[in-house]
Write a protein that binds this ligand. Sequence first.
Ligand code: FES
Length: 356
Amino acid sequence: MYDRGAAVVQSDAFENPGLPPHRPRQTDLHPEKARRAERQVVGWFLLSMLGSVLAIVAYIAVPIESGDMGTVRFNNLFLGLGIALALLGVGFGGMHWARQLMSSHEVVEERHLSRGSEKSRARAVEIFQLGDEESGFSRRSLIRNTLIGAVALLPLPAVVLFRDLTPSTDPVAELSYTMWKPGSRLALDPSGTPIKASDVTIGSAFHVIPEELSEIGHNEGYLDQKALAAVLLVRLPLDRLNEQPDRAGWSYDGIVAYSKICTHVGCPVALYEQQTHHLLCPCHQSTFDVTNHAKVIFGPAKRALPQLPITVDDEGYLVAQRDFTEPIGPSFAERLGRVDPEHVPLSSAADMENRA
Ligand code: FES
C-alpha cells in the first residue's frame, strides 16, 4: 500500500524464463550418424592438409618468371587456392565437430571475479577435463590427430614464402657491384641510344643506363640490373665543379655521372635543379650537391651519391672507366663490408687493362 499522493512505480522485472529444454541432435540419437559426422570432420581436416601441401608444391612447381604475367597469374592462383583450402578445411572441420559431435547442452555461467584462487583453478581443470570428455578430444583419436596434422601444416606455406624473400645468392655481393665495366657506353634510358659528350649541354640532365643493358631480356634480370646501374648525367660549367684531386680524372669536360639510387632508402634521385646544381630525392627530400661530388646537403641520407668515373671513347661516346668504387644505394651495404674484389671480374684492374 502507498501513501496518498505518492507515485505508483510498476516493477518492470520479469521472470527469468530459463533455458529452453535441451533437444538432442540426430548425432546424439543415432551412433551411425555420429560416425558419419566424424568422417566428415576428418575429411575437412584432410582437405586442409592437402591445401597446405598444394600451396607449397604450387609455389615451387609454378615459379614466377620475371616479366611473364602468365606465370604470376598461375602462381598466385594455385598458391591462393592451396592456402584457402588449408584455412577453410580447418575452419569448417572445427565448426562441424563443434556443431555435430561436441556436447550441445546449454549452460548458464554465472559471472564471478576473475582472480585465480586454488578453488577456481581446480574448477578450471575440472571444466577442461569435462570439455575433453564431452568433445571427445582424447577419445576420438582420429579427429584429434588429423586436426593436429592440419594445424601443424598450416604455417608451412608462410615459412616457405618468407624464406624465399631473401635471395639465394649473397645479397651483399649483389648490391656491391653493378654491370658497369670499363668501356661500357653510357646510353639513354630507356631507348639505349649511346650518348656523345657533345650531346650533353650545360644544364641538361640525362637518365642513363649501360648500353649493354638492352641485351638483357626481361626474364634475365633486366629490371634488377637497371635498378643497380641507373645513373644521372649532368654537365656543369667547369668553374662550378669542385673536384677532389683523387677524382680529377672521373669527369669529362664538366660532365659528371652519379648513381641515381638514393643512399637513404633507395628511391631514384631524379630531380635536377639547374640553377643550384642540386639533385633532389622526391621520397624524403635528401638533397645532393653535384658541384661537390654529390655530397648530402639536406635530408636523411648519410652519404654522397656514388660517382661513376667516365671518359670518352675514340668515337666521342661517353664510356665508363670502371664500375662504381663503392656500393650504390642505402648505406647498409657499406657497413656489411665489401666483397672480395676478385669476385668482380668486370670491374677489376685486369679487366680494364684487357679492354685498353
Ligand atoms: S630515399 Fe631518398 S631521401 Fe629517402
